[in-house]
Design a protein around this ligand. Sequence first.
Ligand code: GLU
Length: 311
Amino acid sequence: MGAGRYAPSPSGELHLGNLRTALLAWLFARSTQRDFLVRVEDLDRARAGAEAVQLADLRAIGLDWEGPVVRQTERAEGFRAAIAALQEAGLLYECFCTRRDIAEAPSAPHAAPGAYPGTCRNLTGSERTRRRAERPAALRLRTDVDRFTITDVLHGNYTGVVDDFVVVRNDGVPAYNLAVVVDDALQGIDQVVRGDDLLPSTPRQAHLATVLAGLGTVPAAGSGSAIPQYAHVPLVLNADGKRLAKRDGSVTLAQLRHDGVGVEQVRSVLLESVGLPGGPLARALEVFDPARLPREPWVFTGFPAPTGGMQ
Ligand code: GLU
């Protein structure tokens, strides 16, 4: 039996879009008899106190999960081992480029838009020594492919760019694309459900998962494949058609509670927004069918003002 997961970044309170994704991740895992894990992605953007509020909100909407919550900042050993294995295999190189260097570099003739132009790929030893004195290096993966195709439950086959992406930032912190792959593999996660804003990064991650499994650094996921099952779910948009954000007003459980909207009502609205019955989660689980999920974003325009209550 494998596992699914929800992996929030503790940068603040969860909003309706995050809660909806968490509900879907739980439904995907439970409807396929998988464990469900929660991992706090606190390598960057961690705000004091946010984790506790996020976990309380996930429990309040009815989610449960196996085992202790894992924090990425406590998992340095796994990242170090993966980085060492890549380094030993000659698959990493130092990169001294600033964002501006990259934006201004001429791109290779057939390179995909946005791909790293390869500026630091073939620096000589003496160039590297000189550049190290100027700024700390990031480490990039030396890739031998420029595209990779993944299969997604909602999107079917999806082909995206794989360039020489950063795996260790120039402040020494493992980059998200490395951390997520190593953690998913080490935690036995073989199902990744998350917002479809992350779909474009997924071919890079799937490629890296394949490389790491090939080096024997991380176990293949439960299914025997290095690549988990992916389901990238549509986002929630605000009335202006922009991605929902906390500044949109009453979009967190605490704000909604304050406005008189209870957590059960929030959960029902979120379930109904994906075509499932509101009410207890167990009922939604009984009829959950990924094939029937909407593929389009959900536009949230607010809860109706609570009625009743004498003025
Ligand atoms: N921590 C990421 C976020 O909150 C999600 C990463 C993932 O699910 O792979 O956007």
